[in-house]
Ligand binder design. Structure first.
Ligand code: NI
Length: 179
């Protein structure tokens, strides 16, 4: 049975660590970690999680986009493990939008991200994949990939004026919906 794992928070050294490449994707402990990360991500209502956030400095991330109030157009996808991901190219165009992070609870910020990103990775069966993520999925990928290089979303903001606390963020969003 998959287990829910503890989330490492900013200040824990693992959040600032550079993830190591996974050598044996088929190793039982790697497959178990992937299952545990998928469960932890859904249990915490996250749309993505990186291995460093559950205390393992390994190049594994989960993308599990699902539409919600904040992102009504977010695509519905099966939770997907991306192992040893690499960025091939990025769009020139960037846009700012809201992000939060399980490792920085209570904080939201507007973060500029490339609108399109071309990546390669290995899936959990060890097959190499090549894909292009756009818009919300491009943002999600960039956020999670950053965790693999010891970076969090606050490192990417243009101004501290783009940070708000969760309570005010919820207020902002509910006002927006009534407009
Ligand atoms: Ni995060």
């Amino acid at each position: 049975m998959p287990q829910r794992l503890d989330i490492s928070q900013l200040g824990s050294p693992v959040i600032r660590s550079i993830a190591q490449k996974v050598n044996d994707i088929h190793a039982p402990e790697i497959q178990t970690l992937i299952d545990d990360m998928i469960l932890t991500c859904s249990d915490t209502k996250g749309v993505g999680i990186a291995a460093s956030q559950v205390g393992h400095s390994l190049s594994i991330l989960i993308m599990a986009s699902t539409p919600n109030k904040r992102y009504p157009h977010a695509p519905q996808m099966q939770p997907t493990a991306l192992i040893n991901p690499q960025i091939i190219s990025v769009s020139k165009q960037r846009v700012k939008d809201w992000e939060g992070c399980l490792s920085l609870p209570g904080i939201r910020a507007r973060v500029p991200r490339h609108t399109q990103i071309e990546v390669s990775y290995f899936d959990r069966e060890g097959k190499q994949k090549h894909t292009i993520f756009k818009d919300f999925l491009a943002r999600l990928f960039q956020h999670e990939y950053d965790h693999l290089i010891g970076t969090v979303f606050l490192d990417r903001i243009e101004s501290s004026q783009d940070i708000v606390m969760e309570k005010e963020y919820q207020r902002l969003m509910s006002e927006k919906e009534t407009l």
